[in-house]
Design a binder for this molecule. Structure first.
Ligand code: GLN
Length: 281
């Protein structure tokens, strides 16, 4: 029989390639035992059942081969809510909370009641669910082209008891007809095809359709910029996430489509990460 402390030490030794080996080892053992992480520290001498030890071993092997911890756990926190994730969706990233904040700030400042909010390419649904959860009065529409991702987004909305999201299958503005919104948000694919980043770390396990934005990384951002003026209500805001070196290009796209008050905002690491623009009143 293996003790908890010995299992953790052995796992850490196998995870040398991970910058978070200790945390990974603990999170995966806690999940395998269906216990809180603190339990591991309270009971270091507890013995693992052979079945648990074997399941843990398999998870550690997958982590050692590079699989993202979020996919192994099936979960990632975003906006203080736990989202189910799978290899069908991008893993929610902390910087993307900046999109939620920007949308909420605009809704507060503009004081629209029952605002119409659109999330394009919702993936796990993290942005749409966070917004719908914060603003139960909002009517959120979430669009996603990939069927398995759309199913997961629906499940995440249900998990958080959010009922004010309407999900639509389709590509960008495709399924929306002439509808207009007070806020449009999107974290579209924006990495350049062939960027070495796509073959590194966690990213190589994530769906390429959620990451690859074409030769210059701007294919989806161009579509969003082009459609935004036709889908924003007067005074409405569009805000998108992009690569840290794409701020000027996205601002030019927005201005080129006639959006006003175009601004690029920094993420928490101080990198230009979001650009917003408004429809004139
Ligand atoms: N921020 C992600 C990355 O660096 C890219 C996300 C996206 O393309 N929307 O991998």
């Amino acid at each position: 029989m293996t003790r908890v402390d010995a299992a953790l030490a052995a796992a850490r030794a196998r995870l040398t390639a991970s910058p978070t080996a200790r945390l990974d080892a603990e999170l995966l053992l806690a999940a395998t035992l269906e216990r809180a992480r603190t339990w591991l520290h309270a009971w270091p001498e507890a013995e693992l059942d052979p079945g648990v030890a074997e399941r843990y071993d398999q998870r550690i092997a997958r982590r050692a081969a590079g699989e993202p911890i979020a996919y192994l756990l099936g979960e990632r926190e975003f906006w203080s809510l736990a989202f189910m994730v799978s290899p069908d969706v991008l893993i929610p990233r902390p910087e993307t909370e900046g999109l939620v904040r920007a949308a909420l700030d605009h809704l507060r400042a503009s004081a629209v009641t029952e605002p119409r909010v659109l999330d394009l390419g919702t993936g796990s649904g993290c942005i749409a669910v966070a917004l719908a959860h914060e603003r139960p009065d909002a009517r959120v529409t979430a669009v996603e082209a990939a069927g398995p991702a759309l199913d997961l987004a629906r499940a995440n909305a249900a998990r958080h008891g959010v009922v004010n999201i309407e999900f639509q299958a389709g590509s960008w503005f495709g399924p929306l007809g002439p509808r207009r919104f007070d806020v449009i948000v999107s974290n579209p694919p924006y990495v350049r095809t062939g960027d070495p980043h796509l073959a590194a770390g966690d990213v190589r396990f994530e769906p390429v359709g959620a990451l690859d934005g074409g030769a210059d990384g701007l294919d989806a951002l161009r579509e969003i910029a082009a459609g935004a003026p036709h889908h924003l209500a007067p005074g409405g805001l569009v805000v998108v996430e992009h690569g840290m070196d794409q701020g000027e290009a996205v601002a030019a796209l927005f201005a080129g489509e006639g959006l006003t008050a175009v601004e690029t905002h920094l993420d928490e690491a101080g990198l230009p990460r979001f650009t917003s623009g408004k429809a004139s009143r």
